[in-house]
Design a protein around this ligand. Sequence first.
Ligand code: PLP
Length: 226
Amino acid sequence: MDISQRISILRQSVPDNVTVVAVSKTKPIAEMIKAYNAGLRNFGENKAQEIAVKQPQMPSDTIWHFIGHLQTNKVKLIAPFIHLIHSVDSVNLLKEINKEAIKNSRVIDCLLQFYIATEETKFGLDIQESREILDNLSSLNLNNVRVTGVMGMASFSDNLNLIRLEFNSLRFIFELLKTEYFSHSIYFKEISMGMSGDYRIAIEEGSTMVRIGTSIFGEALRNIQK
Ligand SMILES: *Cc1c(COP(=O)(O)O)cnc(C)c1O
């Protein structure tokens, strides 16, 4: 099966109101162009250097997402063009994104990343930590960042009930923060959850944005380059 065939299969199970972010980390530009030509515009990367090298090589209407752990000293590499940073987990990072957004005369959209998995060491906030960030936000005058929603990764597990519970908890967090902090905002609307193995469950649990690598590009390069 080639990339365009995989994308058309994917399309059948993703409603139009859910954004597909093609996760192209480690994939060459030629593969990304195939996905672009099949109609995808949103691409996600998890390394600042890699996305900065790829960005000038892709068509100018490519929409870039950052989905990995972001170090503050790398923000400047992506600030000129990034559309959405999915992985904000500290006030310091938000301050840095704001600073670089000002330099580029931009407002940069961000999601708060939550730790929802019951296993292993994934990055992310809990509710209390997110409240501390959001309590600070208005007094810090970070006018060039906009928090537009939440992101999370479910456990890597065969237990579909567990995965569903974890996605459900992210949906709950989204609704809670919406009520507590964003009830008047039209921008706070994204729930980034779901990957190749679990996006169907994520969509059933309210995902607005799925991040799909393997089901678009196949597995080939991942293991080699890891
Ligand atoms: C790699 C990655 C994905 C895509 O994973 P697949 O299982 O290949 O679809 C999604 N989200 C994040 C944060 C990733 O690092």
